[in-house]
Design a binder for this molecule. Structure first.
Ligand code: DGY
Length: 321
């Protein structure tokens, strides 16, 4: 008998066909986002769950007595309560590697858009204001090339961002990480820095660290005060790694030049969030990995993880407890 699984997300046809070869699959079919209540009603019989961002905690697991594996279609897994999953012997998997270059591209997109004020220029043109007069000058931005990039969190994505920065943009790159990575330093020609020095000396600061108890609001008022007035802050990790009120104040008080943000404390963002009204802030709705090609690859990896974990055949990207 094939194991029963439930999928909370839209997945490509080929991925669904692959899953159907190995499992009895049910999935959320509505155009409306699935609610937690819907999910709790669907998980009673299942052994595998394919999802992303869904809080996996005692409440959900109490409703899913047969569940063996939760496969996240994302690299981040801060939605897992790992203590609870460990206690109940539930495997959690994620999708590293397949999205590295795509997230690195978006990170550079945010750095470039903020520094060169691309969104503001776009609005300027579309409002018919292109006259080549002195009124253009307030929109002149900052260079990216040959500047100093500080990366907080040197994992797989950090490495490919460093590569673009060093070899594409002739930037100096420094990084801060829990563990120093001498092999990456040598390969990429980058240097390790303590956090405060990195914040004080970087022109661009990219936050990549996963969200954990230790990194919750890692960057707050004190950290923004350390940054240069010309610094650009980019967050592609999770919104809660930053004290968002402190970021808003730092931008309002011109303590930093601007910010490029893929992630927010609350997602979807509240419509009255002051960040949405700031011209020196470029915002996108958590789309770091959102190209069709990469999302398809992530869906397939998540499906393969689910099948491998359920059957015990092959390998799966298990997250450490
Ligand atoms: C992830 O996969 O965790 C990223 O946030 C995608 O953008």
């Amino acid at each position: 008998m094939k194991p029963k699984i439930y999928c909370t997300l839209p997945i490509p046809k080929e991925v669904e066909a692959y899953l159907a070869e190995h499992c009895q699959i049910r999935k959320w079919e509505s155009e409306q986002p699935i609610t937690r209540q819907d999910i709790l009603q669907e998980v009673g019989e299942i052994e595998g769950l394919l999802t992303a961002g869904l809080r996996i905690n005692d409440e959900l697991l109490d409703h899913a007595p047969h569940l063996k594996i939760v496969s996240n279609m994302s690299v981040g897994y801060n939605n897992f309560d790992l203590k609870v999953m460990k206690k109940r012997n539930i495997i959690g998997t994620h999708t590293p590697n397949v999205l590295n270059d795509t997230v690195a591209d978006l990170t550079f997109g945010l750095m470039l858009a903020t520094a060169r004020r691309i969104a503001e220029w776009d609005t300027y043109l579309k409002n018919g204001k292109w006259e080549r007069t002195k009124s253009d000058e307030p929109f002149f931005g900052l260079d990216v090339h040959h500047k100093t990039l500080g990366i907080i969190g040197m994992g797989r994505i950090g490495e490919v961002i460093a590569k673009r920065a060093r070899f594409g943009f002739d930037m100096s790159v420094q990084y801060y990480n829990r563990n120093q990575k001498v092999d990456v330093e040598q390969k990429m020609g980058i240097t390790y820095s303590d956090l405060d020095t990195l914040l004080a000396t970087s022109d661009f600061i990219v936050l990549l660290t996963p969200l954990t108890n230790e990194t919750y609001q890692l960057i707050g008022a004190r950290e923004f005060k350390l940054m240069k007035e010309t610094a650009i802050f980019v967050n592609v990790s999770r919104g809660k790694t930053v004290d968002e009120q402190a970021l808003i104040q730092a931008l309002q008080n011109e303590e930093i030049y601007g910010a490029g943000l893929d992630v927010f404390e609350q997602e979807p963002i509240q419509k009255d969030n002051p960040l949405l009204g700031m011209p020196n802030v470029v915002t996108v709705p958590h789309i770091g990995s959102a190209t069709a090609q990469t999302r398809d690859a992530m869906a397939m990896r998540a499906a393969e993880n689910l099948v491998a974990g359920l059957t015990g055949r092959g390998t799966w990207n298990q997250v450490p407890y």
